[in-house]
Write a protein that binds this ligand. Structure first.
Ligand code: GLA
Length: 387
């Protein structure tokens, strides 16, 4: 793979110079959804699929960017003097956004770069292809120019660029998982403090299976931003009656005792999800540590119900997949994963049931929805690194 990418780099940009290669993974979140911008906990892990870069410094301030996933667009040429987002710039708005965010923090790039990109995360699947591209760019800049930033800084810079350059008001989970992932471990992250703990995910009798619904509904970003605004308003309303900094500060009981301060039913549902999901995540991680995978699975199921009914970020196709999983023998838990409105589900499936799970759900989904779903049995990989 690496050799192929280097060869393509040479064909695209010519030989010579110090060429280096990098990788940043996508992620799947096991539980703790829409809690990361509410001061709660998340529990994602890095995948072994992700985005690769081959890069080389230039002597001028030009940026030449090429993606093997968008070959028809050819080499896109821009420069360090033009780090502004344009709609037509497509995928290059992600690396450019990260370069802009580095400069905002005082890390001035001494020269331009030639960068070749290749990603093997299915497009629009909600497995964080954009976050992996952001983290990847951060790593390229750190390594090429020796910027003194940590991997956590790279995650934060990626999130900052996504929020302020690309206009999605996302939390820190995706970039953090891509930058800080660890093989065979999930990351129990407190998004309020960025304290994190690695929990081994060694399921002896079961596998983690992702199903890609292959649907992505429009308005994903705006609906996401709406949810975030609703939670922020609900927090302000709660703060008139209780001294908290985030929704993640509340237990379920405290929420129930104070929820009347929230003056709309919709916002009450959103806040309820944020509070309950955070507590579910804390419990789920404790269950996993105690080797109680059954309880972990039940909490995953409850997470789905809450995302479907209270947070309202599921959709028909995803509910079909989750319902089919719940009806299947040998499924320990199943839920929507990621931002929502399409994308993927994540399930824990007993080893002996995996083949049947894939065949049966595959056939029934096609029959009900009209197109095929894709299945991936997950390996948990390392965070972003130099190759
Ligand atoms: C998207 C965002 C994350 C997180 C999830 C929902 O993936 O990028 O920050 O909010 O949605 O849990």
């Amino acid at each position: 793979m690496l050799e192929k990418l280097k060869q393509k780099f040479e064909e695209t940009f010519g030989g010579n110079g110090d060429v280096r290669a990098y990788f940043a993974p996508g992620r799947v979140n096991l539980i703790g959804e829409h809690t990361d911008y509410n001061g709660g906990h998340v529990f994602p892990c890095a995948l072994t699929i992700g985005t690769y870069a081959v890069a080389r410094k230039r002597e001028d301030n030009k940026l030449r960017l090429y993606s093997m996933n968008f070959e028809q667009r050819g080499v896109i040429e821009t420069s360090l003097d033009d780090l502004t987002p344009y709609k037509e710039a497509g995928w290059t708005n992600y690396p450019k956004g990260v370069m802009w965010a580095f400069e905002e923090r005082g890390y001035k790039m001494p020269s331009g770069l030639d960068i070749l990109i290749y990603g093997n995360i299915p497009n629009g699947s909600g497995l964080s292809s954009s976050a992996s591209l952001e983290v990847l760019t951060g790593l390229v800049l750190k390594d090429m120019f020796g910027f003194a930033v940590s991997m956590v800084d790279i995650a934060l810079i990626g999130q900052y660029s996504e929020n302020n350059f690309n206009g999605c008001n996302c939390g820190i989970m995706d970039q953090f998982a891509s930058a800080m992932g660890k093989k065979d471990h999930a990351i129990f992250l407190d998004t309020n403090t960025l304290e994190c703990e690695y929990a081994p995910v060694v399921l002896e009798d079961a596998k983690i299976v992702i199903i890609n619904s292959k649907v992505k509904h429009s308005l994903v970003d705006s609906a996401y931003n709406d949810r975030r605004n609703e939670c922020e308003t609900a927090l302000k309303e709660l703060q008139t009656v209780i001294d908290i900094k985030t929704l993640g500060d509340l237990t379920e009981e405290e929420y129930e005792a104070h929820k009347d301060a929230i003056k709309s039913e919709v916002r009450q549902k959103r806040a309820k999800h944020a509070v309950y999901e955070n507590q579910r995540t804390i419990r789920a991680v404790a269950a996993l540590k105690a080797n109680d995978v059954e309880t972990f699975g039940k909490l995953m199921n409850a997470s789905h119900v809450s995302l479907r009914d209270d947070y309202e970020v599921s959709c028909e196709e995803i509910d079909i997949l989750v319902n089919l999983a719940w009806e299947t023998e040998g499924v320990i838990g199943s839920r929507i994963t990621g931002g929502g409105f399409g994308g993927c589900t994540v399930s824990i499936v007993k080893n002996e049931a995996v083949d049947g799970f894939v065949t049966n759900i595959g056939a029934k989904y096609k029959e009900k929805v009209g197109h095929e779903a894709e299945f991936y049995v997950v390996d948990i990989g390392e965070g972003a690194h130099v190759l």
